[in-house]
Write a protein that binds this ligand. Structure first.
Ligand code: ASP
Length: 323
């Protein structure tokens, strides 16, 4: 049988970060070490190959851009289509990892594993977490039956739909909320707690429309997040509408509720043609819709993921209008 390659795509992040001294876990510069070097820093990893490595980007993921997303999706699709590739691992910063995971799942819909991994400590740390995370991610990408976009951090596998960064410092910085993780990696072995994530067909079809044009898309539809809180007003919504915003995600209180002033502004924006979606600012759970809700809800997506979903839906709509 022909060798099955594992593809490792580098995008930067703390996993590739460097600090001036080994005791410094926070005063580092992200995205300094190349993906090839990261691989070499993990003892025993070469035995899991053969690998193909590619540096798709080198950035702090707080600065993630649509251009990098488009390029990453194109490279992921390219390698997924190769029959000699069994899976893909992507090294990524933790800050926007959940957004990239959701984006890639929505536009690539992989039947092979695409595993995002990261680190909370730079590569130069006294006890860096990146090498173990990379080793674990490779174990997931090699696992028979693994599929879809997942995130691996601190021995835990999270689905793209559920994963969320919940801690700014601890090594176990991610949570899958109420859904719970897909599973765990212990000494290279997987212990699954649920099935590999499936993707709702309607969303998949919508996303498929978008991927065809993503590579050429210059101006992504502008979608912003506005939050409801004590003393909120419609001022930000009104300013965004004047600027031509195409979509708004309202990060609501509790079960989709909004300060009445903000709600009025959002309803006016919607009446004027802006797409509005509500996503709860609560860390767990999802909005339980009521009959006759005037504003749609995100179906359980967090505000940042609901924003990605809305951008993709608007892209698909624009595509459909052109053809
Ligand atoms: N700012 C870094 C990034 O997201 C944080 C990290 O990777 O942990 O690239």
């Amino acid at each position: 049988m022909k060798a099955q390659y594992l593809v490792i795509l580098g995008t930067g992040g703390t996993i590739a970060g460097k600090a001036d001294n080994a005791g410094d876990n926070i005063g580092y510069t992200a995205a300094q070490v190349g993906v090839e070097q990261l691989l070499h820093a993990v003892p025993g990893l070469s035995e899991c190959g053969p690998f193909i490595t590619e540096q798709v980007a080198q950035l702090d993921s707080k600065d993630m851009s649509f251009a990098v997303w488009a390029q990453l999706a194109a490279r992921v699709n390219h390698f997924l289509a190769r029959p000699d590739v069994q899976g893909i691992v992507i090294t990524h910063g933790t800050d926007t990892l959940e957004e990239t995971a959701y984006f890639l799942q929505a536009v690539c819909r992989p039947s092979k594993p695409v595993v995002l991994t990261c680190a909370m400590r730079p590569a130069t740390a006294l006890a860096p977490d990146g090498p173990q995370n990379l080793l674990d991610a490779v174990a997931v990408a090699c696992h028979p039956g693994a599929r879809g976009v997942v995130a691996v951090c601190a021995g835990t596998i999270h689905s793209a739909f559920d994963v969320q960064k919940v801690h700014p410092y601890r090594l176990d910085a991610f949570s899958s909320g109420d859904a719970g993780p897909v599973g765990f990696i212990e000494e290279g072995r997987l212990k699954l707690s649920r099935n590999w994530p499936e993707w709702p067909i309607a969303q998949a079809e919508r996303a498929q429309l978008a991927i065809e044009s993503i590579a050429n898309w210059q101006d992504w539809p502008r979608v912003e997040i506005v939050m409801s809180y004590a003393g909120a007003s419609a001022a930000i919504v009104e300013a965004l509408v004047v600027q031509g915003v195409r979509g708004l995600v309202a990060a609501t209180t509790g079960n989709g509720t909004l300060h009445h002033a903000l709600q009025k502004g959002l309803l006016q924006a919607q009446a004027g043609g802006v797409k509005v979606v509500r996503a709860s600012r609560c860390i767990n759970g999802r909005i339980l819709p009521l009959p006759g809700d005037a504003l749609a809800d995100s179906g359980g997506l967090s505000p940042v993921k609901a924003r990605v979903a809305l951008m993709l839906a608007l892209l698909a709509e624009a595509d459909a209008a052109r053809t």
